[in-house]
Design a protein around this ligand. Structure first.
Ligand code: 3H9
Length: 692
């Protein structure tokens, strides 16, 4: 065995050279790995003892792509061109042996080789689009030559890895070898190549698939059209399509040049910086500073849910989907039947779309036990309360639960605002009480705010974080404060939105600005969707706000066909002249002199106070890190991932800009804009939120 460098070995298997990369955790293409690839391949090619070269990785995976943490830093080590020359240009056949996930630059390195073998469990893919990038090491030029333009673009634009079997069908892999016997299988494949004198096959020389679509630009136009909605606001996808089009229209080397340049242009873009930041944020969010990875967790074999309404039903589905039995409790048979009916309908709809079989539907429903009696929850390991937002009611339930639940069972509330410590205080087990704040629809939205009370025990935190992963959520640990992280910040935006429509904007102006910024909808469209009468009652309504007036008129949102907007039968919205008049009259009655409000002011008024609140949340320790806040906003409210979340956005535009504007607003509009101490500190110390 010869060590090529710290992460690369070259071993001899008769007349076959085996280059092994071993750079944990995922063999990313760091400078060392790149050097190892280049030098290993060169050495093996130059050594007359070898007739073929196998490239394989140690550990859990073949190369999982470029080292994302190296982007934007000065590049060192072997260039991709050198690696390509060493592999593709090798006079001896090079066989890549794939296991785990050969992604991005890793898959592209495999495509530089002459042949690929894989174990059946291996996956390959080009996920660069998820990082605001596009393949930059030949993926857009080589994959279409193997799989065809449309398949290649599907893969590149979805960013989703595909299995070895599919890869085999698309010629991206030449043979599958037995699971667990990759090295032997690859060597046997190489042996066969040598023995049968198979010629070198360079993907760059394959032209059938691309010639078939040459002179048919309409294929690309169609793909552009089909993807425009999905990629609203995103940039990289257009470059990716252009590069694949270049594979068809240009000679290979020119296509490569175009791809490389387009890739390099994307790396420093704000969007890619944001998306790379989110990649790491999604991984950091699971780490709890004072709860180590080896903290013992509690078993969760079954879950109880109290309330079979929209939230309770959605919450239950998460567990049923993960094969965890659920006992669901309601107070009245009719409500229970309705809740169960909704869950079944949701599953049936998924089955109709072909994403579940009828047998799956029955298996899931079979794991659900309905009951009208709280004592049915005695055996549950975790009980989640999802009744409406009323402190007294919740306390009443927790008092009862404390008596019913077995010792060691965890009690969680799905409250969106209420004080978990107060709820915990009525039980004899405050250390086993916490908040699990799901977002509606709870079976769809990925976010879970795990609310840690003052007394919540560490194993309870560890257990629920682990459980969240199991049910496919992304969990952010938050502290007890009104509205926790997400809704607490949202309240800032809602307040400003309401003020803005009195001062001069219309709901559709505010919504347009927020939508154009990249969120799925603005605050007024969101209120209409949720229902304006959440938390409103006819008896206590005093026509004190636009919302009061609209609810009194039975304009309660989409469900009544009218709210801030008018709706047609298909729920398409139109600005409402009625609402416009209500707003103008209301403002006049309040003596407000309406003025023209610019889009920029709308944006700053809605977003900067949120950032300011985020700074307070961080300062108070209600979130562990700025990136956790961003995870909440991306996964709970649809903040555009290409803007990285509100705190990253602040870093991007400069915290000093946010502070200056807050001060300016404070001077003219008062208290609501008082800068947070941490915002002042970050600016004074010339830091960024992501560095705290
Ligand atoms: C690219 O290749 C561009 C090219 O076209 C052109 C230029 C060549 N870099 O996810 P995990 C870390 S763009 C740096 O928890 P899993 C990760 O942060 C790249 N670090 O494990 C974590 O660190 P920590 C295209 C990376 O088993 C640890 O490894 N490639 C990278 O659930 C374990 O990761 C991609 O986008 C990386 N590339 O999933 C693939 N990858 O332990 C991105 C991982 O400190 N990676 N880390 O938290 C993935 O999708 C998953 O990590 C993978 C493993 C499926 C590989």
């Amino acid at each position: 065995m010869t060590a090529i460098n710290a992460v690369t070995d070259l071993t001899r298997e008769g007349d076959i050279a085996v280059i092994t990369i071993d750079s944990p955790p995922v063999n990313a293409l760091s400078a060392d790995v790149r050097n190892g690839l280049r030098d290993g391949a060169r050495q093996a090619a130059a050594d007359p003892a070898f007739k073929a070269i196998v490239l394989i990785c140690a550990g859990r995976t073949f190369i999982a792509g470029a080292d994302i943490s190296e982007f934007g830093k000065p590049s060192q080590g072997a260039t991709l061109q050198e690696i390509q020359d060493a592999l593709e240009g090798s006079p001896k056949p090079v066989i890549a042996a794939l296991h785990g996930t050969a992604l991005g630059g890793g898959f592209e390195v495999a495509l530089m080789c002459h042949y690929r073998v894989a174990v059946p469990s291996a996956k390959v893919g080009l996920p660069e689009i998820k990082l605001g990038l596009m393949p930059g090491a030949g993926g857009t030029q080589r994959l279409p030559r193997l799989a065809g333009v449309e398949n290649a673009l599907n893969l590149i634009l979805s960013g989703t890895p595909f299995g070895a079997k599919q890869a085999l069908e698309w010629n991206a892999v030449d043979a599958l070898v037995e699971e667990g016997k990759l090295r032997e299988g690859a060597i046997a494949f190489a042996r066969k190549l040598i023995d049968t004198h198979m010629p070198l096959r360079r993907i760059r020389d394959l032209n059938d698939k691309i010639e078939a679509v040459r002179g048919k630009p309409e294929i690309f136009d169609k793909i552009r059209k089909e993807n425009a909605r999905k990629f609203r606001g995103f940039e990289a996808w257009k470059s990716a399509i252009r590069a694949v089009q270049a594979a068809v229209d240009l000679p290979f080397d020119e296509g490569m040049k175009l791809e490389r340049q387009a890739f390099l242009d994307l790396v420093p873009s704000e969007q890619s910086r944001a998306q790379r930041y989110v990649f790491f944020a999604e991984r950091k969010v699971w780490k709890v500073a004072d709860v180590s990875d080896d903290t013992p967790t509690l078993p969760i074999k079954n879950v109880g849910v109290i309330g079979a309404g929209t939230m309770g039903g959605g919450i239950s589905m998460n567990f049923l989907n993960a094969s965890i039995p659920v006992t669901i409790v309601e107070t009245a048979q009719a409500a229970l039947d309705r809740g169960l009916g909704t869950i079944r309908r949701n599953y049936e709809n998924t089955a109709k779309k072909g994403r579940l079989t009828q047998a799956d539907v029955e298996t899931r429903m079979g794991l659900l036990s309905p009951s009208l009696d709280l004592t049915a929850l005695t055996d549950c390991d975790l009980i989640i309360e999802a009744v409406f937002e009323n402190m007294e009611l919740k306390k009443e339930i927790f008092r009862k639960l404390d008596k019913i639940a077995k010792p060691g069972a965890m009690l969680a509330s799905n409250t969106s605002y209420l004080d978990i410590d107060e709820i915990a205080s009525v039980t004899s087990r405050p250390d086993y009480v916490l908040g699990m704040h799901f977002f509606s629809p709870a079976n769809v939205m990925r976010l879970l705010e795990v609310v840690r009370g003052k007394k919540t025990a560490k194993p309870v935190v560890a257990t629920v974080m682990k459980l969240a992963r199991k049910i496919g959520k992304i969990a952010a640990l938050v502290g007890v404060c009104h509205g926790f992280v997400g809704n607490r910040m949202l309240a800032q935006r809602q307040r400003e939105a309401q003020k803005l429509i009195l001062e001069g904007a219309m709901p559709w102006d505010v919504d347009r600005v927020i939508y154009d910024f990249g969120l799925p909808m603005g605050p007024f469209a969101m209120s209409d969707l949720a229902g304006l009468d959440i938390g409103w009652s006819k008896e206590t309504s005093k026509s004190a706000s636009i919302r009061d007036i609209l609810c009194e008129m039975d304009r309660r949102g989409q469900k009544t066909g009218a709210g801030f907007y008018d709706y047609d039968e298909a729920r398409n919205s139109k600005p409402s002249p009625v609402v416009e008049k209500i707003i103008l009259d209301f403002a006049a009655k309040k003596g407000i002199n309406r003025r023209n409000i610019s889009d920029q002011e709308i944006l700053e008024r809605c977003i900067y106070p949120m950032i300011n609140e985020g700074a307070k949340i961080l300062d108070e320790g209600m979130a562990q890190r700025a990136s956790d806040i961003d995870i909440v906003w991306i996964n709970g409210y649809g903040w555009p991932v290409y803007r990285g979340g509100p705190m990253f956005y602040a870093d991007l535009i400069g915290p000093e800009k946010v502070l200056a504007k807050m001060k300016e607003f404070e001077a003219t509009m008062g208290e609501d804009f008082k800068p947070a101490a941490l915002l002042e500190k970050v600016v004074a110390e010339k830091k960024r939120f992501q560095d705290l």
